[in-house]
Design a protein around this ligand. Structure first.
Ligand SMILES: [Ca+2]
Ligand SMILES: [Ca+2]
Ligand SMILES: [Ca+2]
Length: 360
């Protein structure tokens, strides 16, 4: 979304026309902060059977990507393997030949390493119902892989080092065993030696396992469970919450404009305006001498947004290029610098914009 603002300044015999076009280039609203799920799934994987292995939670202790501000959890994806054959569950298959309905839970723990042994502390979980596909009859493997994606509301901040886990109830295991046989006794989590493409495995040779006899970060299976974690920026969420908004709620989203000033919340975050009050423009343009104008705006100083001032001599035939003015920071207030650029001007009109991009 771009916001166009046009300002006219008298400049000699011509008009110095400055266009402040404040736009965020497209970026993924939620950044992937950990990932070892393959981009394209194989038909099946080696997998960990919960019922057969007396497992309640299988997880992994991981480090989210560094240099990321994305810390509000928005989704967790886990690769599962179903080994349940439709022919073994005729009644369920007859009610839905696409699969069976199964509650799965993704759970996040923080790890307290201050004591003699690490202690896991619950952070957040999400239970969702999934249609688990039947293992295809012509499947050459003993299982069929699929991804289950859990959606979180973006209101919970997660630490940069955490345990991601997957739990569900089987006949005898899980936090609330069903007590009866079901296709969930043939439902597994995929395990693979895949190295994370985003983030890292804090202990590549071990997994977190909570089973009938032990709860440990030193579990061993033939690989690691496959997880993808997405999160949104911590700084934006903190900022919008400071104005009394509930993170993730209507009015608090990046594209929202609750004060109807034409500036999205994300734009107001980037340029330090108030998302609850009408603002005319976040950029001030001042004629500071007969040959100079000064452009001034507020800019985040915590690395959460990058800024690129651009100049264009002619909107029809010209193109945007870096505005090579002299950048100064005359004052700092909290998370915002006052940034000034001084530009020498000629008799021609010039066009100016600041492109701001949230750093995921
Ligand atoms: Ca590990
Ligand atoms: Ca606004
Ligand atoms: Ca505003």
């Amino acid at each position: 979304m771009n916001i166009h603002r046009v300002f006219g300044l008298r400049w000699g015999k011509s008009i110095l026309l400055l266009v402040s076009l404040i736009g965020f280039v497209e970026f993924s609203r939620a950044a992937v902060v950990f990932n070892n799920v393959p981009a394209t799934l194989d038909l099946s994987y080696v997998s960990h059977a919960y019922q057969a292995n007396e497992t309640t939670v299988l997880g992994n202790y991981v480090q989210l990507t560094t240099n990321s501000t994305a810390r509000y959890l928005t989704s967790v994806t886990v690769t599962m393997v179903t080994q349940a054959k439709a022919t073994n569950w005729a009644a369920l298959y007859n009610s839905n030949n696409a699969g069976w309905s199964q509650n799965l839970t993704a759970v996040i723990y923080s790890v307290d390493n201050t004591g003699a042994a690490p202690v896991l502390n619950y952070v957040v979980s999400q239970t969702q119902n999934f249609l688990v596909p039947w293992k295809p009859l012509d499947d050459p493997y003993n299982g069929y892989a699929f991804n289950a994606t859990f959606t979180f509301d973006g209101s919970v901040t997660i630490p940069s080092q955490l345990v991601i886990g997957l739990t569900f109830n089987t006949q005898n295991y899980g936090f609330d065993p069903t007590g009866v046989s079901g296709p969930y006794n043939s439902l597994n989590v995929a395990i693979d030696p895949a190295v994370p493409t985003v983030g890292s495995d804090l202990d590549p040779s071990h997994v977190y396992i909570d089973n009938a006899t032990v709860s440990t970060l030193n579990g061993t299976v033939d690989g690691s469970p496959l997880f993808k974690v997405e999160a949104t920026g911590y700084f934006y969420e903190t900022w919008i919450a400071s104005y009394g908004y509930t993170v993730g709620a209507a009015g608090a989203l990046r594209d929202d404009d609750p004060d109807h000033d034409g500036l999205s919340n994300l734009t107001e975050f980037a340029f330090g305006t108030d998302p609850t009050r009408y603002d005319h423009s976040p950029i001030t343009i001042t004629k500071t001498s007969s040959t100079e104008v000064t452009i001034s705006y507020l800019a985040r100083n915590d690395g959460s947004v990058s800024y690129e001032p651009l100049l264009n001599e002619n909107l029809q035939s010209g193109s945007w290029s870096a505005a090579n003015g002299t950048r100064t920071v005359p004052s700092v207030s909290g998370n915002y610098d006052t940034v000034q650029y001084v530009y020498s001007t000629g008799v021609n009109r010039k066009f100016f914009k600041v492109q701001a991009t949230e750093v995921p």
